[in-house]
Design a protein around this ligand. Sequence first.
Ligand code: FE2
Length: 383
Amino acid sequence: MKKTKKNVITGKDADIPISTDSSGQPTIAQNAGNGFSRRDFVKKMALGSAGVGLFTASGVEKSWAVHPRRDGNFRFVHLTDTHVRRARRGDEGYARCVEHVRSLSPRPDFVLMGGDGPFDGLYTDKDEFIDQIGLYKAISDDLGMPWYNCIGNHDVLGWSARRKVPVDDPDIGKTLIMNMLGMEQSYYSFDLFGWHFVVLDCIQPVDTSHGPSYIPSIDDEQLDWLRFDLARNMHKPTVAVTHIAAFCHLGQIRQDHDMPSMHGRVLQNTRDLRLILERHGNVRALLQGHTHINEDYRFNDIWYVTSQSVSAAWWGGNWIGFKPGYSVFDVKGGELTWHRREFEWQHHLEPGDNLERERIAELEAFREEQARLRRKELARSAE
Ligand SMILES: [Fe+2]
């Protein structure tokens, strides 16, 4: 099945080519999971590819343009772990982030979301989760540029022992968020500016003694889809996205010898994924989230970048020293570079957020101690 079709931007900037292939023809490829190429997917995904229609919760279509760059250079942003919620004024914080992204110069062309868009569906009341998804979508739409959604562990309804819905709720799992965002597939790929982008779904269902739950993994069916998707697009530089990381060094960062290296914080089948990414030779980077900290690691010529989170400590202050922030990726002369950005946001704790207050006090005490040690060491080295 041919996966690439010619297309032009719809909407107010109609007839502007999105990108060009080697023959100079404007092209856009949009490949949904399971090996399908779906025209409707292009139109309905909350994400819509370049300038394609994006449906709001009210069903009103918006169109945004991705402007072609004759020099092939472009910029995109990775926003992850936004955890949008009304509590702690997280919705206002995310709106501040969106404003910050819009004000970047040069302005980004599109956004790759990293998962955990709304605050939580694992153990939050369903109505509240629905409200959070609605906020996440509405505020993301204010980016005014295409955004591509990725499923995170907090994006699923009730796959947890702490669920607030019955196990037979028809919306349990990914259904609710996918319906609200108009996603027809939880993993997919697309092309922009001659590059290939792959959005993976690493949240897999598993039955446990307490009911449905999830494991962080790329399932076999998706790996099968991925190997052929990459093979078909091996002549294009590729960037992939996953919510839970293939590589994470929290154990080393904390010097925690008891932290299981393969539990919860990283994919359970990193090697299976890594070998496929490496085999096709044109995968430049895997963008990761979940831990809310920034990491940068290269292995076998693939760049594993974990972006710090937009929400920091779920909008409750900094997380291990990381303020609310995100990553900016630039492609210039065919080379990918990135840097991180932070935006000013004063956290607003709720009356019951005592654990957060304790955590913030501990962080401040830690910083004061580091400053004291630094002063002492500088004074001694000057003697
Ligand atoms: Fe998160």
